[in-house]
Design a binder for this molecule. Structure first.
Ligand SMILES: Cc1ncc(C[n+]2csc(CCOP(=O)(O)OP(=O)(O)O)c2C)c(N)n1
Length: 468
């Protein structure tokens, strides 16, 4: 360190360190997938796959969360296709091995989708089938409330925030909407759903103006909605002559056209804007002041890729109100496949990867080096990583005390009965016996307490999801 002040007290240093880590997260997640597909030996030639574009879309959001915003008590459901980003972050934090990254999607390697059972780097929720993690984060918050209300938790730490990083297409799944209503019934708290609004799904572009509806839906169930649309550079451009027309143009731009222009790049942006905004005072001068590369950079400066904007938005959430953050992003941001309509399973070619490696200042052979090519010295980054709040405790897992379970349960009296009745009567006996086991039994039956004979069971709370 040149600066004698502690890194954590130096805002400028923090900003530089976070920016460097954001770049490294994008590099490592992209390289991990490339390496698995093009470098690692492949005995049978079968497709390996991986999602470079989906990962790039959330590199900034996840950098902000894991390296600055999260505390050990928080829990995150990571968008399934962003698994490489999660593993890259854990690697930078020293909680994932290079060997597992090199075996991404292979037996024993880092998993395609974050897995609590198969991954070893502290996954909070297994996500894979899209939308399940989203709902899980929400139900985890209800479970947390239950545990705290019953005094079953061990410590008096403040409640964790249950955070889901949500692909916009995940909202097509019905369980998400059921979960929202259920959460409303139970006055859910401490939940953030961060929607990675890249407006691209697997096969298609998200229908325009869907988000008016989605926003209304969240507000309807009492959630705060925070929309992060433009980054600071675009906001500055909107303040220049012609800027209001530019903003109106982007606001009205169909999702499919925006994605296509992102993919085509600066020359295409120039041609389209010169045509559509012809005659608007200030636009011609503004266009002339940018070369193609800087024009493309500016037109893709969405808030979900603008680290300071993202950090400010997260840090502004200081109460426990459930919150939906809609972060405008670009699928494949920072990669040559950005915006391409088929980029969901798309992989960068070897030539594209060679260029990307050079742009990242990484020499062949140094691809896994945690700090290669960054403009912050490695020792300073190690210093910074040692102060990351999320990594402050060595383990985030809690082990519950063992609860004694009777060796046998009395067979319910009676000649004949249905299994449903038998089950209900066994549970009633357990509940009458009271004690720690009874205190911890929660049924998750949705609205079938009577028909499953659980009505007399004093500890059973029907409709609350998740065992304590
Ligand atoms: C339950 C379920 N339905 C459909 C799919 C197929 N599928 C895989 S990815 C995907 C779209 C992903 O889009 P999005 O959630 O917006 O994430 P992105 O990768 O675009 O960021 C779909 C529909 C799935 N995996 N699981």
């Amino acid at each position: 360190m040149n600066d004698l002040r502690a890194p954590s007290s130096d805002d400028a240093f923090r900003a530089r360190a976070l920016r460097a880590l954001e770049k490294k997260v994008l590099w490592l997640s992209t390289w991990m997938i490339h390496q698995a597909n093009f470098v690692r030996s492949n005995r049978d030639g079968m497709k390996i796959g991986g999602h470079q574009a989906s990962s790039a879309s959330v590199a900034t959001l996840m950098t902000a969360l894991y390296f600055d915003v999260l505390r050990p008590v928080d829990r995150v459901a990571v968008k399934p296709h962003a698994s490489p980003v999660f593993h890259a972050i854990q690697y930078l934090l020293g909680r994932q091995t290079r060997d597992k990254l090199e075996r991404f999607r292979a037996l024993g390697g880092a998993q395609s989708y974050p897995s609590r059972t198969k991954d070893t780097d502290d996954v909070d929720f297994s996500t894979g089938s899209v939308s399940l993690g989203v709902a899980m984060a929400l139900f985890a918050s209800l479970a947390q409330d239950y545990v705290r209300a019953k005094g079953l938790g061990k410590d008096a730490a403040p409640p964790g925030r249950m955070i889901a990083l949500v692909g916009d297409a995940e909202l097509d799944e019905g369980n998400v909407h059921e979960a929202l209503l259920e959460a409303w019934k139970h006055d859910v708290r401490n939940v953030w759903w961060v929607i990675d609004y890249n407006r691209q799904s697997l096969d298609s572009v998200i229908i325009d103006r869907l988000f008016d509806k989605i926003e209304a839906m969240f507000r309807n169930v009492g959630w705060r909605v925070v929309t992060l649309k433009y980054g600071r550079e675009l906001e500055a451009a909107f303040r220049r002559p012609g800027g209001q027309a530019l903003r109106a143009w982007i606001d009205g731009c169909p999702n499919a056209l925006y994605s296509a222009l992102v993919f085509k790049g600066g020359a295409a942006w120039r041609e389209r804007l010169a045509h559509d905004l012809a005659g608007v005072a200030g636009i011609e001068t503004w266009l002339a002041a940018h070369d193609d590369a800087s024009l493309a950079r500016l037109m893709t400066n969405l808030a979900g890729h603008d680290l300071p904007t993202v950090l400010d938005a997260f840090h502004a959430l200081t109460d426990d109100r459930p919150t939906c953050l809609i972060a405008y992003t670009i699928k494949g941001y920072g990669l040559p496949i950005a915006g391409h309509k088929d980029n969901h399973p798309g992989l960068m070619t070897e030539e594209q990867m060679d260029r990307f490696r050079a742009e990242n200042g990484i020499v062949p052979g140094a691809e896994w080096d945690r700090f290669a090519g960054l403009d912050v010295p490695a020792a300073d980054l190690e210093c910074f990583l040692a102060t990351v709040p999320f990594a402050a405790s060595p383990s985030r897992r809690h082990l519950a005390e063992r609860v004694p379970v009777p060796p046998a349960l009395p067979v319910p009296e009676g000649e004949r009965m249905s299994t449903q009745e038998g089950f209900g009567r066994l549970l009633i006996e357990l509940s009458r016996a009271a004690g720690p086991l009874a205190d911890r039994i929660v049924t998750t039956s949705p609205d079938v307490t009577l028909t499953t004979n659980l009505a007399a069971c004093r500890t059973c709370v029907s409709g609350v999801a998740g065992p304590a």
